[in-house]
Structures are given as C-alpha cells and as structure tokens.
Design a protein around this ligand. Structure first.
Ligand SMILES: [Zn+2]
Length: 369
C-alpha cells in the first residue's frame, strides 16, 4: 500500500512536505493543545499559581515528560494546569483562536476540536458562556489564518466527562448550539469502570434529535467498551478504537481472521479516530512501529490519523504523518487516503464534506503526487 513519493523507505522524511499537504483532524482536545507560552501568560493574567515552572521551553518539556511518565496522576495533573488557566471568557477565546491558527499553519484544512464545557465553570462561567466563548475564538482564529492565506474550517464537539453525571445536560447543550458551530458530542475521561452505557439517556436523546456523536472507546479498555459504544449507544465513530485489534487473530499461515465485532466495524465503515503518539504515551500501544494502525490500514478499516493532545504529546498532524512514514513507509497516497477517510467521516453536511474532498484535498495531493 506504500506507494511512496516522499523518498525511499528508510530515508529521513521531509516534515515540510507533510506540512504542505491538506490534512483533516477529527480527534483533538482543546485543553490538550495550548501553546506553553500561552499557559504561562494566562496563568499570570488569571492569578493561577500552581504551574510547575514559568519558563516556556521548560514548561513544554514538563508537559511531555509528565504525560510520558506512565503515572496516571502526573498525566491528569497536566490537564489540571491547562483547565486551570482556561476559566475566563478571554482565556477560552484566546485558546480556541490559537488552536485554529496553529492547526491552519500545520496544513490542517478541516478540524473537529473537542472539549468538556463542564471543566471550565470553576469561576462561575455558565455552560452557554463557555460554548459561546470557544466558538468566538474559533471564528477569530479562522479569520486570522485566512488573512495569512491559510483556509481552515473548524467544528467543535462537546464532551461530557464519564465520571460526572451531566451527559444529558451536555448533549442538550450540543443540540442547542448545533447551528452555531457545535457539530457533535462525545464522552471522555476514565474508560475503565465508566462504560458508555451509563449515558444511554444522552445517546438516545442525541439519536432522536438527529445529532452526531462519537465515543472514546477501545483505548484503555477493550472490546466490551467498543461493542457497547456501537451496539448499545449507537456511536457513529470510535475515539481511538485501537483495541478492535483484539478481535483480529493471525492464523498460522499469517492470514488475519476478523471476529464478528471487528468485521462489523469494518463492514459498516465505522471510523477509527487513531492517535498514534498519544496511544504510545498512555500504553495503549508499545511503539509507533508496533501500533495496530499498521494492520488496520492493511485491512482497510476506516482509519483516520489524529493528534489527541498536541501539547502533552509534543506532536502535530505533520509530525504524526512523519512518524507513520518512518515506521511503516507510508507515502503521500496513503496520507491522502487517511485524509479522505477523515473528511468522509466528519460531522459536517454532506455537501460541505464533498466540497473539501474535491476542491481542497484532491487538488492538494495532486499537486505533490
Ligand atoms: Zn481523546
């Protein structure tokens, strides 16, 4: 599948080439993508005093190391800091605007960025104010990027935290703001002990409202979580979903055999929002080179490539592409396939998805292929 035009296998990939081609991002957390310098400035502006350091380069390293440490406690501490500095309208506008700009600079042409509004109400903001501030920020970021000749379209997904009991309320919020840039819903947070079926009322409400949702499933926890997300909750996409690999057995002759759930996911073209670097950090995969994405791509599951948390993983869409190129020898034809997969799977109107595929992605790759 590696019809490569980005250099002979094993050659150092040119990250600039990956930055120039159009990319589509479906799984990126707003509170996991702040610029380290912005974290420091917002901490100063809002009186947040718990940062481990106020040196920009050091703070960037600290986030990556803490997320890398294998300790859940330090991983969660990273989000305590980012959420800690995002408790005002001004902070939310700034973070969202910079998110759109940073993604546009990386060559992302369409992005769905998610966040849990309930995490930003510590200082008294209402859920509605949080959503409106984030949408205003994305609109501003799109405008600033366009002024520099970089066109990006964004949508947001509202997450409910699995360990809280506000899913129905957040689902209602997502539906109320669906004409204002909110394109879907998700549940995030600890997977083990908090199965998606705890939130059945929210998913039923969304389905009967003809609204879209994805579910974090099959990252930290296995097939049962994926099965519940699809068959009980009705998820249209799977956040991560990498554990679907547990339902694929390799025969003695090397032939892969799909179990019933894996076959269902592939047959129905259920998109997998795969985040390679993040999966290595959380232990969902041992390394990029042994990541299940290799087999899932070979078997033509609806695989998409995503960043998850750009700050904690120190990654971008381009660096994820470069890492996959280095590990699997994927070339631009493969990256176009991932990108079209993602755009087909976006929670955006069909007409607009087609427009991006035909008028942005295909010409963008044609120019370099
Ligand atoms: Zn995630």
């Amino acid at each position: 599948m590696a019809s490569d035009t980005s250099g002979p296998a094993g050659a150092t990939p040119d990250p600039e080439k990956f930055r120039r081609v159009p990319k589509v991002l479906l799984h990126d957390h707003l509170d996991g993508g702040l610029r380290p310098g912005t974290v420091i400035e917002l901490a100063e502006a809002t009186g947040y005093q718990a940062l481990p350091t106020t040196d920009t380069a050091e703070l960037g390293r600290w986030f990556r190391d803490a997320a890398d440490s294998g300790s859940l406690e330090s991983y969660l501490e990273t989000f305590a800091h980012t959420c800690g500095v995002m408790q005002t309208e001004e902070a939310l506008v700034r973070v969202a605007a910079e998110c759109a700009e940073d993604l546009a600079d990386d060559g992302v042409v369409y992005a769905e960025v998610r966040y849990a509004p309930e995490l930003f109400v510590e200082r008294g903001l209402s859920l509605e104010t949080v959503v409106e501030a984030v949408q205003a920020g994305f609109a501003e970021g799109e405008r600033r990027a366009a002024a520099r000749g970089k066109v990006i379209r964004t949508g947001t997904l509202l997450c409910a935290m699995r360990q809280h009991a506000r899913a129905l309320e957040i689902a209602d919020l997502a539906v109320r703001y669906r004409d204002a840039g909110v394109v879907g819903f998700d549940i995030a947070g600890p997977e083990d002990g908090f199965p998606p079926t705890r939130n059945l009322d929210a998913f039923e409400f969304l389905r009967t409202s003809n609204a879209h949702f994805t579910i974090h499933a099959g990252e930290a926890f296995g097939l049962a979580s994926i099965w519940e997300a699809i068959q009980h909750c009705g998820a249209e996409r799977l956040g991560h979903g990498v554990r679907i690999i547990d339902d694929i057995k390799i025969g003695d002759d090397g032939t892969p055999h799909l179990g019933r759930l894996a076959a269902y996911v592939r047959d129905r073209r259920i998109p997998l929002e795969i985040c390679p670097s993040s999966n290595v950090q959380t232990g969902a995969a041992q390394s990029i080179g042994t990541h299940p994405i290799g087999l899932l791509h070979q078997l033509r599951f609806r695989v998409t490539v995503n960043t998850d948390n750009r700050l904690m993983s120190g990654c971008t869409m381009s660096s994820e592409f470069a890492a996959l190129h280095a590990a699997f020898g994927y070339g631009l034809a493969d990256f176009q396939w991932f990108t079209i997969n993602a755009m087909k799977s976006a929670f955006l109107d069909f007409d607009r998805r087609l427009d991006v595929i035909n008028n942005v992605i295909k010409p963008g790759y044609a120019a370099v292929l």
